[in-house]
Structure formats: C-alpha cells, structure tokens
Design a protein around this ligand. Structure first.
Ligand code: TEU
Ligand code: CA
Length: 537
C-alpha cells in the first residue's frame, strides 16, 4: 500500500486563531481538540499545527524559546496529548511545526551564547566580526528587510538572523547543535506525532566562508535570474543535504512518520530545490511549495509549477497549497470582483484536488474566507512593520475562525480576540453554511470526497492537454480511465467542445449542451474518458 502522506490532504491549524477555550481571546489546544470533529468532517487526512511551543511570540511562535514544552497560553503537554489522542481516534494524522533554523533570542542557548566568545554555547549561533569599517560581515538580507546581521554590544560581534532580529540563526556547521535539535525532535516522535513540517528548511546552513551574495543586477548570470539564485550564500547550501539525511534517519527509527519541508525559493529555483530535497528517498518525504501562494492565476503558471516539478524531480514529491498563515488569502488574491469570491473558492478546491501530490488547506479557506482588513491599531505581526502600509503584514489571513454567526466573536472566544473578528468574515461562518448545498463548505467536502473516490486523482499520471487561455486542463490517467479537470481561470464565459464518449463526473460549475461545454466565470468541470481518448474534440 502507498504511504499515507503521498496523497494526503493536510489541514493547517493556526493555534492562536482556531478556537479559544478559556476566554482569554487566544486560541488554545483544548479549543482545537473541541473542534476536531469538524475538521474530520471535512474529509482531510492530517492536521498540521503551527507552533505551540514556549515562545515570546515576537513572530507568533516561530521564535521558539524551548523546543520541548508547550507555551502556557496554549495549555499544557497533557492538553497536547489529549489533542493527539482525539485526532488519532478520528483517523487524523498529526503534523507539528519544527522551527529549527533559528530560535528566539530568549532561548537559553542564545542567552548563553551571546555572553562571550568562550562559553560552551559560544559557537551555537552564527557569530562573525564586523568588517574593518564596522559594517556587517556580508551583504545578506533579512527576509523581513534590512541586513540579516545584528551587532551585539557585549560580544562586539554580529549575529545572523535571516528573519527578525529576535530570531538568531542557529549554526548548523556545529554538530552539537544538530544533536540538540534531533533530541528535541525525538521527544515529539516518542509522544506519537506523525510528522514534522520543517520551517524554512532551506535556511539551515549558511556559507561557512561568509561570501557575499551576488549583486542583485544579475550581471553574472545574463538573461537568467533563476541561475543567479543558485549562488546565494545565505541559504540553500550544499551541506544542507547531509542534515536532511540525518533527520530522515531519525524518522526511519519510527514507523510511518513524515517530513515536509517548507522550501521558499524564487521562480524555477523553487521546483529545483523541492526536487533536490525530496528525491532519493533519504531526505525529506515531500516539499511544501510556495509557487501557488502567488497572485499568478494563469493556466501557464499552474501548468509550469507542476510539469516542471514532475520533469525535474520524477522521484521527488510535492505538496501544493493556495493559502497559509503568511500570505493573503487566495480568494482575495484571485477573485476579480467581490461577487465572484465564492465561485473562485469553489473552483480553487476543485482545481487543487486535480493536482498530483499532497495538498494543503489553510483553516477557513473551506468557508471561502477572505482577507481581513487590518487597521494599524490592530496590527500584531511586526515582521513587515518597516513596510507599513504598503505591506500590512500577515494578520489579515490570521484572524480567528468564524464558527457561529450568532455568538460573540463568531464563537471563537468569549473574550476580546487577539485579532479582530469582522463582519465580512462572520458572514462566512460555519453556522451559515453547515447543512446547506451551494456553499463553499459543501464544495470542499464534495471535492475531497471526489478525490478519495477517484483513483485517477490520487494515483493517476498527469498531463496537460493544451487548451487556449484562459482555460486550464489537468488530465489524470489511471488504469485505462482519464479524468480531466477543466478550469476557466477568468471572469468571462468560455466554451470548449468535448470528444465523443466523454461524460462529466463529480461536481461542476458548467453546462453541457450536446458536446459543447460552457464554463461561466471561474467555472469548472471534470470530464471522464476511456482508454487513450482525449477529453476534447
Ligand atoms: O516562513 C518562511 C518565509 O517567510 C520565507 O520562506 C520567505 O517567504 C521566503 O523565503 C521568501 O523567499 C516561515 C513561517 O511560515 C513564517 O510564519 C515565519 O515568520 C518564518 O518562517 C520565520 O520562522
Ligand atoms: Ca485561550
């Protein structure tokens, strides 16, 4: 039998915003446990929990100050065990986030490391002397803007932080660091977690020689900006492979566990690194793609993301998703008018289930949730504060789940929620959709059931019959049958002629008259054909 993760649908839970149980306005583990029946009812296979570890929450848990304890605002380790037991009872696998690339500056390791140059943890982080003129050791940029180096007055050295200043990077050239991280991971494996999502897995190792990244005018790589990306010295170094193998060996000591690495790279470099990290069966099981988190909603884009991966990494494995806690919600990104938001949401899940590999769903997208407008006084995510208001940070996709439109704060909390619960979001509550046909929630359940029922979508070989823009066709062929998803990625009606013998299957937002398939704005349909037959005339 095929491993469980290969075609798993993974539901991402952002603990702060899922369900508050004790009324302090912040979601918690008990709250999640309470809502797991709902999660299972969607037909997903696994949950991925964003970090719930002890943390000062400068980056909302992605700045860990103790890898093996539960942040008191989320509950206790007993609450976690109870959550996992309930999830397993419901047949849900539990994947937890591991933020290994950096710690919080409040982690005891860093507090010790920064004391002087000789303490036992002195080399656990990436310390380097200033250049002669006092400037940072390299030109490496932080993802959140500015230099990736911060000067520390006490050591009179710079330390590396690829993200916030309060997220110092661990030194993966030091074997003691890797041992300590492996121990922390073993702790959770022994507790029974089914897998890890490895945060920023391509940032673990930096260039030991501290060479500058090439200039951003790409002069060295004429005509090919993607080529230039391979020469960044701040991330994705060759030594990373050995570390992934070490972590994989740990996983192999346990049964049926899985590693999914978050690979954030630009352009074609994305599929290349995803392939490198998942091929060979001795590194990551799969890689979480950033490619479809973008504004690009063109047929070419989706076709390229997938076919590039299949071509470049035939034995690698992808996980696709459209939304997560770092990006604007896809309905907001892709709907051309508010009236089409639900239509886009319905099309999106049907498109997602047509893709080969594992799939990720971000809490609330099954409601067709849209980005929340955030005012400055409501801002909590400080990552992009230097860019306000051009970049309003990531709070707009992190506002609480809306359960019941008739309860205070839509049933998320009896207290004041840490991020606002606003009317446009409340209108999409579970209570407004549950039990009704013609809702986004119903479309999600139907699409996930369809994927479970149809081996073509789970195991089928993938090809992309060429249709004129703005139509996308994704064909999945298995044991003599082909299911072809057809998607109109525009807000104007499109039509296509089906071949003789083609029939429609599953949900649709389209009309068939004789052989003519008409797809309204953001419409879709699945076409079933036998043998080698093409779906289109
Ligand atoms: O996000 C990683 C992230 O933001 C980068 O991968 C970035 O988008 C990319 O490299 C651009 O090229 C993860 C978490 O999901 C996020 O919430 C955290 O803030 C971040 O790591 C730091 O831990
Ligand atoms: Ca709480």
């Amino acid at each position: 039998m095929r491993e469980w993760w290969r075609d798993a649908v993974i539901y991402q839970i952002y603990p702060r915003s899922f369900q508050d149980d004790n009324g302090d306005g912040i979601g918690d583990l008990k709250g999640i446990t309470r809502r797991l029946d709902y999660v299972a009812s969607l037909g997903v296979d696994a949950i991925w929990l964003s970090p719930f570890f002890t943390s000062p929450d400068k980056d909302m848990g992605y700045d860990v100050s103790d890898y093996t304890s539960v942040n008191a605002i989320f509950g206790t380790i007993d609450d976690f065990d109870a959550l996992m037991a309930k999830a397993h009872d419901l047949g849900l696998k539990v994947i937890i986030d591991q933020v290994l690339s950096h710690t919080s500056d409040q982690h005891p390791w860093f507090i010790e490391s920064r004391k002087d140059k000789t303490n036992p943890k002195a080399d656990w982080y990436v310390w380097a002397d200033p250049q002669k003129d006092g400037t940072p050791p390299t030109n490496w940029p932080s993802v959140f803007g500015g230099s990736a180096w911060m000067f520390d007055a006490r050591r009179r050295q710079y330390y590396l932080h690829n993200f916030l200043v309060s997220q110092p990077d661990l030194n993966f050239h030091n074997p003691e660091v890797i041992d300590a991280l492996v121990d922390a991971m073993r702790f959770w494996l022994e507790r029974g977690v089914d897998g890890f999502r490895l945060d920023t897995v391509n940032y673990y190792v930096h260039d030991k020689k501290l060479r500058d990244n090439p200039a951003s005018n790409w002069d060295e790589f004429p005509g090919n900006p993607y080529e230039a990306q391979t020469h960044l010295f701040s991330k994705t170094q060759p030594e990373n492979i050995a570390i992934l193998k070490r972590i994989r060996a740990l996983m192999n000591d346990f049964e049926d566990r899985m590693l999914i690495g978050e690979v954030g790279e630009d352009g074609l470099r994305q599929v290349e690194v995803m392939g490198q990290y998942t091929s060979g069966g001795d590194k990551l099981h799969m890689a979480y793609s950033f490619a479809m988190l973008s504004h690009d909603h063109s047929p070419d884009h989706f076709r390229n993301c997938i076919s590039e991966f299949l071509n470049k990494a035939p034995d690698g494995w992808p996980c696709w998703s459209f939304s997560n806690h770092d990006v604007q919600r896809h309905v907001t990104r892709w709907a051309t008018t508010p009236a089409l938001q639900n239509t886009v949401a319905r099309q999106a899940i049907n498109m997602l289930v047509s893709f080969p590999g594992a799939l990720g769903i971000y809490q609330g997208e099954e409601l067709g949730q849209i980005e929340t407008d955030i005012e400055f006084h409501e801002l909590r995510d400080l990552g992009y504060i230097d860019f306000w208001p051009d970049n309003k940070g990531r709070d707009g996709c992190r506002t609480p789940m809306v359960w019941d439109a008739n309860q205070t704060h839509a049933g998320f909390s009896t207290g004041e929620p840490w991020l606002p619960v606003k009317a446009p979001q409340i209108a999409r509550s579970v209570s407004e959709q549950e039990g009704k046909s013609d809702t986004v929630l119903q479309a999600y359940r139907a699409a996930l059931t369809f994927r479970k029922d149809r081996n073509e979508l789970r195991y089928g070989e993938t090809s992309f019959p060429k249709l004129p823009d703005p139509l996308l066709a994704v064909a999945r062929r298995f044991e003599g049958k082909t299911l072809t998803g057809v998607f109109n990625l525009s807000d104007t009606e499109q039509a296509v002629d089906l071949s003789g013998g083609a029939i429609l299957a599953g949900e649709k937002h389209a009309a068939l008259d004789k052989s003519r398939l008409t797809l309204p704005a953001f419409g879709f349909a699945f076409v079933e054909t036998q043998d080698e037959g093409s779906a289109f005339a």
